[in-house]
Design a protein around this ligand. Structure first.
Ligand SMILES: [Fe+2]
Length: 378
């Protein structure tokens, strides 16, 4: 059995940001709440200019810095409600899109976001329509019904979700990701790779999600190094943007140990999500390889290894992924993010309390596994 939630419309291609006014006009006659990572970025100015030319009213907020907090979401929803907004346009990376989805939900369901995130208040009213325009290639937030928000009260990054929170419309314009700095290209790209690999080997994977996972992996192998070598390669940027989207679609299968660690540690030690994924992914693969050998052989082949199905090829897959990360100069230690009073056992308890994905790995994730992996990355 599976239950798939997908976007209603996905527009892909260089220059497709210009479709935005027509799309928004179809969605609402009211003011549009624009949540953007910057009010000076070319794509945001272009979007705002297009809205003005079409006579659409909007409220622009570009104040988000990093991952959204519960306070950010409550404040943005208050702005949207006071301005009678009829749709939310989110232009930015995963943080901005997560904020957009949460704000759209809160506008129609009321209250504050902590009630939904921590207390399990039901999301009973459809969210406002959301248009998601990613400007990085990694989180796949544009393809999911999930929002991850930092709660300063308990220092936890925790997700909540509803089928109605998924962006109805997604614009994938590779030109918006051209020129992204190398470190962000790498960390977001490895986030996408982690989504593809972890969803592929998840116990909740289905033929439907496997299709997305495999294609996302292929596109990442073909395009991520090209983007690093030439940040202006629009074709490679397009490949990565599509990989990120497909990786997000694959997340219907859930994720595993790398994300089980990366998400709460992001709140606890302020390590950027993609960086944490890059550090934990090889350990997550080693953790599972003996429990789903055939799938690891499939991964190995995508990374150009060949041979008969079996443990040798499966292990070669991990070696190839490690070599790929090394060529990208990806980070491999959490040490620089650790506060002096970091306590690995306490951190493990927080990780265990924060995740909803603990049962996705074929090899069970226990407290000891979490402690061991954290210790090996320090
Ligand atoms: Fe992720």
């Amino acid at each position: 059995m599976f239950d798939v939630i997908q976007n209603r419309r996905v527009v892909y291609g260089p220059g497709t940001i210009r479709e935005l006014p027509g799309i928004l006009r179809e969605l609402t006659g009211n003011t549009v709440m624009v949540i953007a990572y910057s009010d000076k970025a070319d794509c945001v100015r272009l979007a705002v200019h297009a809205l003005e030319q079409e006579g659409l009213t909007y409220v622009l907020d570009a104040s988000l810095r990093g991952e959204p907090s519960t306070d950010d979401i409550d404040r943005l929803a208050d702005i949207a409600v006071r301005n009678n907004c009829g749709a939310v346009l989110a232009i930015g990376g995963g943080s901005v899109m997560d904020a957009g989805k949460a704000v759209a939900m809160l506008c129609t369901n009321g209250g504050n976001v902590e009630q939904y995130q921590m207390e399990g208040k039901p999301i009973s009213v459809p969210a406002l329509p959301v248009v998601a325009v990613p400007t990085t290639s990694g989180t796949g937030s544009e393809a999911t019904k999930v929002s991850v928000v930092y709660n300063p009260a308990n220092k936890l990054k925790k997700s909540f979700y509803s089928p109605s929170m998924i962006a109805g419309t997604v614009i994938l314009d590779p030109e918006l990701t051209v020129g992204l700095p190398k470190d962000i290209t790498v960390s977001t790209g490895i986030d996408a790779l982690s989504h593809a690999i972890e969803s592929y080997v998840s116990l909740k994977a289905t033929p439907y999600t496997e299709m997305f996972s495999l294609q996302a992996m292929k596109l990442i192998v073909e395009n991520l190094e090209k983007c690093v070598r030439d940040p202006n390669d629009v074709e490679a940027r397009g490949g990565m943007l599509l990989a990120s989207y497909l990786g997000g679609c694959a997340l219907n299968a859930g994720i595993g140990l790398a994300h089980i660690l990366a998400q709460p540690l992001g709140g606890l030690i302020k390590i950027p999500h993609g960086v944490a994924c890059a550090i934990f992914l090889p350990y997550a693969m080693e953790h599972n390889v003996g429990y789903c050998t055939k799938k690891y052989c499939d991964i190995a082949r995508i990374f150009d290894a060949c041979g008969e199905d079996g443990s040798i090829l499966a292990q070669e897959g991990i070696a190839r992924v490690k070599a790929f990360l090394k060529r990208l100069n990806a980070p491999d230690s959490i040490r620089q993010y650790l506060p002096e009073d970091f306590n690995v056992e306490k951190a493990a308890d927080i990780v265990l309390g924060a995740t909803g994905h603990i049962k996705n790995d074929a090899n069970p994730v226990t407290r000891n596994v979490i402690i061991n992996v954290i210790r090996r990355t320090v």
